[in-house]
Design a binder for this molecule. Structure first.
Ligand SMILES: O=C[C@@H](O)[C@@H](O)[C@H](O)CO
Length: 191
């Protein structure tokens, strides 16, 4: 990613958080990524790790229309993905998606704590305030279905270095950075 794209993503997310009265902690741990695919407008996510402890993690995330967090799962992390503002669409699979995948007819995820049955690969639309609970092994991709979206995540222990399994083997969780202007901030991955 160009440093100028990271700086712009930081400014866009900070403006949206401020407009929605999400006051950030001092020294917020920013994590801005194009998932190594070189197209932040299509495959991009801006995250802040609000709390990261051995037992639990809380994140605040931001995405704009057109930005997809690519399909992935976790071996260890259980997480709630929460739409905090806007509207968030998730695509969920019971097993790794792909041409040879044998998907079950249906599976169940908790939405706002209540069982919700869907077909593997089906879209789940979360309005602001709603959450879905994903156990390890549930594959998920998500993107705003509004102009922008503030997304929360509350989870068990987070390990972004080792516990993201993507369907696309070309994905790298953290971006390479091309320095084309001074940095407005240092990312988690640079510390
Ligand atoms: O589903 C999204 C989350 O698990 C993120 O916290 C993760 O960093 C995406 O790679």
């Amino acid at each position: 990613m160009k440093r100028s794209d990271i700086n712009r993503a930081f400014r866009d997310a900070a403006a949206c958080f401020a407009a929605h009265h999400w006051t950030l902690p001092p020294n917020a741990a920013w994590d801005i990524t194009d998932f190594g695919l070189g197209d932040f407008a299509r495959h991009g996510l801006t995250l802040i790790n609000l709390a990261e402890e051995p037992e639990y993690c809380e994140k605040l995330m931001y995405a704009r229309r057109g930005q997809t967090t690519p399909g992935h799962t976790h071996a260890k992390k259980k997480e709630d993905i929460i739409c905090r503002s806007g509207e968030l669409t998730l695509e969920l699979w019971a097993v790794r998606p792909g041409p040879d995948a044998v998907q079950p007819a249906s599976f169940t995820v908790p939405v706002n704590g209540l069982p919700h049955v869907l077909r593997s690969g089906e879209k789940l639309v979360l309005p602001a305030g709603s959450r879905v609970t994903l156990i390890p092994g549930i594959w998920h991709a998500f993107y705003p279905s509004s102009e922008e979206c503030i997304i929360g995540e509350v989870s068990t222990a987070n390990d972004d270095v080792n516990d993201n399994i993507f369907t696309n083997p070309d994905i790298g969780r953290f971006p390479g950075i091309e320095e084309d202007e001074p940095a407005a901030l240092r990312l988690l991955s640079e510390k």
